[in-house]
Design a binder for this molecule. Structure first.
Ligand code: DQA
Length: 145
């Protein structure tokens, strides 16, 4: 699971939009979910674009897939989409809020066209839906080869 800028402040950050669940709580419940699915979860959060890209490079050959909330970089970062392409890491994009029901500048995702799928607007629970979807798609792909 990779989280981008300002998501370290979840819990107190604009709770009317993002809820009151902290990132630590999300990591804890996603770790439990991963265990129940028989997979291992690695979690990282960074506020800078370069650090997120460096993390994807480091996960190349280590992670099988990524649940990513890129925060505001979702709407701006071609470099992050390039990093997914360069590392061939399959990913599911997740947002706590429904970005399509917010300000116009949030309604475009530069990542979505390269994602397996997108979960948004379902709050912190969305991370679990994203992980379940990612694991399910990767297992189906692995069964086909
Ligand atoms: C977000 C939506 C983004 O527009 C925003 O910049 C965030 C959080 C979400 O989870 O709803 O930082 O990715």
């Amino acid at each position: 699971m990779l989280n981008g800028p300002n998501l370290n402040l979840l819990g107190t950050r604009e709770p009317a939009i993002y809820g009151t669940t902290t990132l630590a709580q999300i990591e804890e419940s996603l770790t439990a979910c991963a265990r129940s699915l028989g997979v291992e979860l690695i979690a990282h959060q960074a506020n800078s674009e370069g650090a997120l890209i460096d993390t994807l490079h480091a996960w190349r050959g280590v992670a099988q897939g990524v649940v990513v909330n890129a925060g505001a970089y979702t709407h701006t970062s071609l470099a992050l989409r390039d990093a997914f392409a360069a590392t061939s890491l399959p990913f599911v994009e997740i947002h706590l809020s429904n970005i399509y029901a917010r300000e116009p500048e949030r309604r475009t995702s530069l990542l979505a066209s390269a994602a397996i799928g997108v979960v948004c607007g379902l709050g912190a629970d969305g991370y679990e839906f994203a992980l379940r979807g990612l694991v399910s798609v990767l297992r189906a792909r692995a069964a086909r080869v």
